[in-house]
Design a binder for this molecule. Structure first.
Ligand SMILES: Cc1ncc(C[n+]2csc(CCOP(=O)(O)OP(=O)(O)O)c2C)c(N)n1
Length: 623
């Protein structure tokens, strides 16, 4: 095995041409085998095997800096930099991250997870190099999907002025997670078509020249008539006109061609964009056929590509998608927006059924929010379905464009709370804080499947900005007997006793209910309240419960700072209510990757840890 000869960075440089071809195949087999067991990002990684190898041949790591956009496609880079063994524990707690991590390897130049940051970070590296008088190359690798993010253009705009080398690799596979969207995608497509045309033309020229006597003059005639169509023959004019040298397009699966292109790119004293054409899922048929399905996958059977885990029950995302489709059938003013996450946010069916009322804006969350504000101002009812961590991008837009004008935009915030294997960058643990600091914003969260459905209906009818936050995974089917309609600002009392009152939010109600059961078994009386509204909180229930409870406990899967618990505590203190408050949530730190249950234990958000904290506090109070 050639792969066995790769132990660390630059080992690849010892291989000959033939070995390199074999290595590419071996890396593919390795990735398929490992990811079929652990799950992870497959299709994007299979697409960049040769590209990564060529970069490792052309550059010198860790001296040169490779910055991966999103970072989900850095698996071959990890293989080539001494991290093969890490794939057994890929994305597991304590194991190797699925993204580049500076603390994991000095060959990882920049931490990522969210898209469209690589050109900005790379440009920062370039300017630092110039000021510090260092000598190394900086290469940012960005996908065509990530190039739909506004930040990438802000960075290109700045990079255009550079007087020193900066290499931007555009890895164009025509796909985001779903097929890519928008004008830039069309433009790149036109370059690809022009390339095919150029190849075709070369072939025709070659054949014509062979025609006796007239051949040469026919070729010249054709040349003259076509020469005016500059755009067709000089691809990449958009970048060239900006001041960024365009090279390409290059076959992203041809190591020799890529290597030569990098040598050319290195010679330039300015920003250069190397356009590389790759195939997402390359070399594994199920992933080539369904790249979206294999963008991020759980464990699967290699022979068939079938997922190993069987689906059991509806997820919150499924419920959202179904209810929104139902609403959309009767209310033609309802429109749905996604930022490149149609499948992940459950909007695929809506997109199919109501084509004209569905918008994929690309990986452009900031634009998505303001676009929604415009739709609302124009008289429609926009629902922006978006992952909690990605909506962080749209904070100013939520304040400035939506809430300030009190526009009725619905934010359907998926993947809230701990998401697990994707780690720090993807945990949705800040939304309750960042949302509830915005005036005019209402924030709600469902305890189970049925409340999820009710809340989606409630939100669409709401006349101001409103956010529903819910987690990934199966929707809780417990507590179904409590299906009282949603009333503004009102919580829902599930058990009313005395001593301890537990107030919980959203999916943490499932754990809160178990905690209460345990406390009862231990002999404590305990009320359980489903908060429903994080903003505004139900103040009446706090006043009422303070009369016969000694301790309020709040439970939420959000950072404590600015979360639900702090709001409860603040109200209790402001009103001088005669009750103590224990807030349970996520401490002031980032939560790494791993299994959700393990992570909850680590941050003391699991049932046992919560019970312990409550009992300790309560005993302290009553001693
Ligand atoms: C801000 C942000 N929004 C959404 C995502 C989710 N996401 C991860 S990869 C991806 C598609 C990226 O497409 P591209 O850059 O072309 O890379 P490819 O996977 O096709 O290689 C998306 C939408 C993200 N990581 N960051």
């Amino acid at each position: 095995m050639i792969l066995e000869r790769i132990h660390k960075e630059n080992d690849i440089k010892k291989l000959n041409k033939k070995d390199l071809q074999i290595l590419a195949e071996e890396i593919r087999e390795f990735l398929i085998e490992k990811i079929s067991v652990t799950g992870g990002h497959l299709a994007s990684n299979l697409g960049v095997v040769e590209l990564t190898m060529a970069m490792h041949l052309a550059f010198d790591l860790p001296k040169d800096k490779i910055i991966w956009d999103v970072g989900h496609q850095a698996y071959t880079h990890k293989v080539l930099t001494g991290r093969k063994a890490g794939f057994d524990d890929l994305r597991k707690y304590g194991g190797m991250s699925g993204f580049p991590k500076r603390k994991e390897s000095e060959c990882d130049a920049f931490d990522t997870g969210h898209s469209s940051t690589s050109i900005s970070a790379g440009l920062g590296y370039v300017e630092a190099r110039e000021i510090l008088g260092e000598d190394h190359h900086v290469i940012s690798v960005i996908g065509d999907g990530s190039l739909t993010g506004g930040m990438a253009y802000e960075a290109l705009n700045n990079a255009a002025h550079l007087k020193s080398n900066f290499i931007i690799v555009l890895n164009d596979n025509t796909m985001s997670i779903s097929p890519n969207v928008g004008g830039m995608s069309k433009y790149l497509d036109s370059i690809r078509t022009a390339q095919t045309y150029t190849d075709l033309k070369r072939g025709v020229e070659h054949a014509l020249r062979k025609v006796p006597v007239a051949g040469e003059s026919i070729v010249e005639h054709i040349r003259k008539t076509k020469s005016g169509i500059k755009q067709l023959f000089v691809p990449g004019m958009f970048f060239e006109d900006m001041g960024i040298t365009y090279l390409g397009p290059v076959d992203g699966h041809n190591i020799g061609e890529l290597y030569r292109a990098f040598q050319e790119a290195k010679k330039l004293d300015n920003a250069v964009l190397l356009h590389v054409l790759t195939k997402k899922g390359k070399g594994y048929l199920p992933a080539e056929i369904e790249p979206s399905k294999f963008h991020g996958t759980g464990p699967f059977e290699i022979a068939t590509g079938q997922a190993l885990a069987k689906k059991d029950g509806d997820t919150y995302t499924d419920v959202f998608g179904k209810v929104l489709c139902d609403i959309g059938a009767n209310d033609t003013n309802v429109v749905a927006i996604t930022a490149a996450m149609k499948d992940g946010t459950g909007l695929s069916e809506f997109a199919k059924r109501y084509k004209k009322r569905f918008f994929d804006v690309g990986i452009a969350e900031e634009h998505g929010v303001t676009f929604a504000a415009g739709l609302a101002a124009g008289g429609l009812k926009p629902v922006f379905a978006v992952y909690s961590s990605f909506l962080q991008r749209g904070y100013d837009q939520m304040i400035h464009d939506v809430a300030l004008q009190n526009l009725p935009v619905v934010f359907a915030i998926d993947r809230a709370g701990i998401v697990g294997n994707d780690g720090e960058t993807h945990q949705g643990i800040f939304d309750l804080s960042y949302l509830s600091s915005i005036p005019n914003m209402t924030v709600i969260s469902p305890k189970n499947k049925w409340e999820m459905a009710d809340m989606v209906r409630y939100a669409v009818d709401f006349e101001s900005p409103i956010a529903i936050r819910y987690p990934r995974g199966k929707a809780y089917t417990g507590l179904k007997e409590y299906r009282k309609s949603i009333q503004f600002r009102q919580s829902e009392t599930i058990y009313e006793e005395d001593e301890i009152a537990i107030f919980s939010i959203g999916h943490m109600m499932e754990i809160a209910e178990k905690v209460r059961r345990k406390l009862k078994e231990m002999g404590y009386d305990c009320s359980l309240i489903n908060g429903r509204f994080v903003k505004p909180i139900d103040e009446e229930i706090l006043v009422r419960m303070a009369k016969d409870h000694k301790l309020f406990v709040t439970i939420e899967e959000n950072v404590l700072s600015g979360g639900y618990g702090e709001k409860v505590r603040e109200f209790v203190m402001r009103q001088d209510l005669p009750v103590n408050v224990l807030t349970i949530g996520i401490p002031d730190e980032y939560v790494e990757h791993g299994n959700i249950d393990i992570l909850r234990k680590e941050i003391m958000l699991d049932e046992d840890s919560i019970v312990k904290q409550i009992v300790t506090q309560y005993i302290g109070l009553t001693r």
